[in-house]
Design a protein around this ligand. Structure first.
Ligand code: DC
Length: 228
């Protein structure tokens, strides 16, 4: 099975890119951030103190998570039987997900779910540690990034489009905090794998990012096939 890892900070356009690549290539798209968000939603709804890793760890056993795909390939995340795919997209849950994702037991809890999916399908997985921890042997690794202002502008437009009442300044600030949390944590920090191709799309349209990523993938897969 082929595994393509798309890692990078929030707002870099990972999910848009990974979703359209998966469609083009006929692969399964996996948005791993949604799993951390679902854990964060569970803890928030159950009023678990997000600053207490002990309390968070003690509730992990109560969580049942599953990923289900609709016919058009859209990923749905079910938390204890409820489709929470929309509910997990708020800025509050973004920040909570960043917090819970720094806890090693949470990462461990989600490890198997992520690895299992790639056993039966070619996958394009987006996240923070796909190329470094989940699939260090991924066939292609892309680390997608963009300047802070551009990423915040994209995230701001997304949240406003969903009707959230938030200022650009707050989005920029939250993003900075999240970047700091995600890239400085002790376990599986959001940093590029040594063998990842860095793709900075600050000046790119979505189409340009897609074309460049497809070139990278085609080249890597050709090299891989040449070696086999
Ligand atoms: O990609 P996202 O914004 O939906 O991710 C939400 C949070 O989850 C992000 O701040 C860090 C964490 N995350 C992670 O630690 N590892 C992943 N593979 C995916 C997300």
């Amino acid at each position: 099975m082929i595994k393509i890892a798309i890692d990078g900070p929030s707002g870099s356009g990972k999910s848009t890119l990974a979703r359209s690549l998966a469609k083009k290539l006929g692969y399964t798209y996996v948005d791993t951030g949604a799993l951390y968000r679902a854990v964060a939603l569970f803890m928030t709804e159950n009023k678990v103190d997000l600053d207490s890793s002990d309390r968070i760890c003690s509730r992990l056993a109560d969580i049942s998570l599953s990923i289900v795909y609709s016919e058009d390939g859209t990923q749905h995340v079910y938390l204890c039987g409820e489709d929470v795919s929309e509910k997990i997209r708020t800025s509050e849950i973004s920040m909570a997900a960043s917090k819970v994702s720094a806890i090693p037991a949470v990462r461990n809890f989600l490890l198997k779910t992520q690895r299992n999916i790639a056993q039966s399908a070619n996958v394009i997985m987006d996240g923070r540690d796909i190329g470094t921890v989940i699939f260090p042997d991924a066939d292609v690794k892309i680390f997608l990034t963009a300047g802070n202002e551009s990423r915040a502008e994209r995230r701001y437009a997304e949240l406003i489009g969903k009707g959230e009442n938030i200022t650009f300044q707050k989005v920029l600030e939250d993003m900075g905090k999240r970047d700091q949390n995600d890239s400085s944590r002790a376990v599986a920090p959001a940093i590029p794998a040594d063998d990842a191709v860095i793709l900075d799309n600050t000046e790119f349209t979505k189409e340009m990012t897609f074309d460049r990523a497809l070139e990278i993938i085609s080249q890597k897969l050709r090299e891989r096939n040449g070696k086999m």
